[in-house]
Design a protein around this ligand. Structure first.
Ligand code: PLP
Length: 387
């Protein structure tokens, strides 16, 4: 069976060029980047080249503003906890949104157990953060705002520049989780006006287990991981040189191909959306109609459970994802969709299709062929569906 992968927001295949660039750093160039001898210097040079590629790509000024981490989750933890602890004397209030990834939400929940207070901003029907609510939430005790650049479930792109403008001059640190944005849309830390920005390798055809945190020069956040003096004393642990080289290559490719790939993928995404709209009734697009990642299509199929659709798609060789998270065996509607006030029944029937550069028209047309009969069959069995 020809398998069709439409789950790129979960992870992406490593690009061939990326793999090729990484390979020598597992074997002949295996040195520890902190060693002073030639083996170490080779690793260090490759690491610094990658750092500079990332610096340029996100519009940072200084390579030291990029700290390598083990991925998006660590970058988010580092940013949020690091900022909270560093600014504890100044205040104890953090603002985030109600639709963040669990890497931010659960870090904030943890900080609440440590005495910090957190405001979770509401979003509108498209998943856009409510700026009026943000203005109201800010107090003299606010030390950090963390709002994601693009949402992983619905693809909505948040008004980061506007948020930066609102908080300008108030001494509040601004973090954005750009894990889903980097590699899909342009990201420029200066234009965005952020102090801290998280990114992750495996979402842009790089390897898993590598990411980075941008820390604007002059911003001091507390260490998150203790040990050696790696990464200028900010993140302890032997550097993952092959991963870093892979991340650098993935970012270099994104810099070269971003617009071309985004246009191509958007075309396929819109073809899929139209195919679904033309052939299936009672659907709902989740996420902003325009201000949305070019690869993401989240649709609710009314009267159905997403899991049933997903399993049937999988049997047809199509890999997608549901909007609902399966935690410890219990199916809960997605916090993103409930945050957008999508009613519970619609939230249950949501499917996220997230496309990538290796998808093609034939694959999309195949999905448009297999999906309508699946929906028809499942609805014919659904007690909720009246025809
Ligand atoms: N933030 C967002 C928005 C994500 O989509 C993800 C991954 O799904 C993460 C953070 C976590 O990144 P990682 O898998 O690299 O830990």
């Amino acid at each position: 069976m020809n398998r069709i992968y439409l789950d790129h927001n979960a992870t992406t295949p490593v690009d061939k060029e990326v793999l090729k660039a990484m390979m020598p750093y597992f074997s002949e160039k295996f040195g520890n980047a902190s060693s002073v001898h030639e083996y170490g210097r080779v690793g260090k040079m490759a690491m610094e080249d990658a750092r500079d590629i990332i610096r340029k790509f996100i519009g940072a000024t200084n390579p030291d503003e990029i700290v390598f981490t083990s991925g998006g989750t660590e970058s988010d933890n580092f940013a949020v906890k690091g900022a909270a602890y560093a600014l504890k004397k100044k205040g104890d209030h953090i603002i985030t949104s109600s639709i963040e990834h669990s890497a931010v939400i659960n870090t904030c929940k943890f900080l609440e157990t440590q005495g910090f207070k957190v405001s979770y901003l509401p979003v509108d029907e498209f998943g856009m953060v409510d700026l009026q609510a943000l203005r109201k939430a800010i107090t003299d005790r606010t030390i950090l705002i963390s709002v994601m650049m693009a949402n992983n479930e619905i693809g909505t792109i948040e008004p980061i520049e506007e948020i930066a403008e609102i908080i300008q001059g108030r001494g509040i640190l601004f973090h954005t989780d750009a894990v889903q944005a980097v590699g899909k849309i342009p990201v420029d830390v200066k234009r965005l006006g952020v102090d801290l920005l998280s990114l992750s390798g495996h979402k842009l055809h790089g390897p898993k287990g590598i990411g980075a945190l941008y820390i604007r020069k002059g911003v001091k956040i507390s260490r998150y991981q203790h040990g050696g003096h790696h990464e200028k004393n900010r993140r302890a642990g032997t550097e993952n040189v092959p991963g870093i080289v892979g991340l650098g290559k993935a970012v270099e490719i994104a810099g070269r191909d971003l617009k071309k790939d985004a246009d191509y993928i958007r075309g396929l995404r819109d073809r899929l959306h139209k195919g679904i709209e033309d052939n299936i009734k009672h659907i709902r697009l989740n996420g902003h109609p325009d201000k949305r990642l070019p690869n993401t299509l989240n649709v609710s199929f009314k009267y159905l459970e997403g899991e049933g659709i997903l399993l049937n798609l999988d049997m047809e060789g199509v890999a997608a994802s549901t909007g609902s998270a399966c935690t410890s065996g219990s199916l809960e509607p997605s916090h993103v969709l409930t945050g957008m006030k999508v009613d519970a029944a619609d939230a249950q029937g949501s499917i996220r299709f997230s496309l990538g550069k290796e998808n093609n028209k034939e694959e999309i047309d195949q999905v448009i062929r297999v999906l309508p009969p699946i929906i028809k069959r499942l609805r014919s069995m659904s007690p909720l569906y009246q025809g």
